[in-house]
Design a protein around this ligand. Sequence first.
Ligand code: DGL
Length: 282
Amino acid sequence: MIGVFDSGHGGLTVVRALVARFPRVPFIYLGDHAHVPYGDRPSDEIVSLTRHGVEALFRRGCTLVLLGCNTATCVAARTLQRHWLPVSGWQGRNVLGIVAPTVEAATQTPWAVTEPQYPQKYNTDTVAVFGTTRTVASHAYPEEIRKRCPKVTVVQQTCSELAGAIEHGAPEAELDALVEQGVTALLAQTGGTPPHRAILGCTHYPLVEHLFRRHLPPFTRLLSQPEVVADSLEDYLNRHRHFIEASESASAEPVLLTTGEPAGVNATARIFWPEAPDFRAA
Ligand code: DGL
């Protein structure tokens, strides 16, 4: 079984793409709605909450957990992978984040390659990264992109209230104003020059992708994280079949769990994934 963890609803955009891509693989999704949003929390709190979420999924039988959350990935993934997992007692399990596949797609360079592999002369694009306060403060995206493509300009922009507003089902006009504010602030950083590509670096943002599309010019390519993550997981599972071999079945139904109150969570979940099964208490 594969677990997907997020601070709340955002990871549903990822698990929805995964369920469509791997219909025979059973997924368990855990949304930490009791503590959402993570985006402005102190780093040590995010590490601790993410570890609790991963352990809860391991206890439910998941052998592989994907952090379907940029904030948790940027702040906690490395600590959990390098320092916690080896001494945690959960042998043979793994935790994956979603920054690596996104950087691979943005740079067209495999994650394992950490130096420029081809002449960088023409690779001088500007890439925008929209994310939460903690994702932006971690500098994970600019650092990892520049290692592989040093001539690319990476401009980050915090959209601090956007994930919370999406999570609470805010009206379209409010979301539109927040996206416009984020895009305007980004353009103020670039002197008005629009980016060639934009990473929606928060799994809540695909829900308002049409609003980013509205406020960015048509030639700015938006990088869709759910699809990119599904491509990357497919590649990973082809190389690590044992994570799914035992659990594949013809009728794999995703299970959705929440640390919050299921009735309220279910109502908003339909915005993210209209055919989502009901959430249950974790
Ligand atoms: N959806 C999460 C992300 O990808 C975080 C939203 C939040 O909890 O602030 O960053």
